[in-house]
Design a protein around this ligand. Structure first.
Ligand code: CMP
Length: 139
């Protein structure tokens, strides 16, 4: 079925002017950008978005990184979008990412790993609603 997922192009990518290159990989994978905006995350947004990781040792590093430079938040649509996006992103740790994936090609480290993608359809709906109003998504 055609579904939606949520994506973030992270600060390591916007800093290196890779917004277009990353988006091209998403599009080549069969995903369609149906909403997109460049934002500079506030502390409230970064800590709220990653609240599930609050107890992790890397929470401070993660939220500081996500506030360090602009990001591009996107809604992606396509056949089985969550899985399709996770496949093209590659493993969280770029050292473990498959050839041809976004993280293999662009990611710098497990933290500076170029993209975020929702891990389930349930979380995709929550994450989309965190950053977008319905009228900002044009399918
Ligand atoms: P993301 O999909 O955005 O969701 C949580 C993020 O935490 C993950 O991508 C990684 O970038 C980050 N992360 C996971 N493990 C570590 C780690 N050991 N050190 C720093 N960041 C991490």
């Amino acid at each position: 079925a055609v579904t939606r997922t949520f994506s973030i192009i992270k600060p390591d990518a916007t800093r290196r002017n890779l917004t277009g290159a990353v988006t091209a990989k998403l599009e080549e994978a069969g995903l369609r950008v149906v909403a997109s905006k460049r934002i500079h995350m506030t502390k409230e947004q970064a800590e709220g978005f990653y609240a599930v990781h609050k107890e992790r040792p890397f929470f401070g590093e993660l939220t500081e990184f996500m506030m360090s430079e602009p990001v591009v938040v996107q809604v992606l649509e396509g056949e089985d979008a969550v899985k399709r996006n996770r496949d093209v992103m590659g493993a969280t740790n770029p050292a473990e990412a498959d050839e041809g994936t976004i993280r293999k090609e662009f990611a710098l480290s497990i933290g500076e790993n170029t993209v975020h993608g929702s891990d389930s359809e349930e979380n995709a709906a929550i994450e989309i609603a965190f950053f977008f109003n319905d009228d900002e998504i044009v399918g």
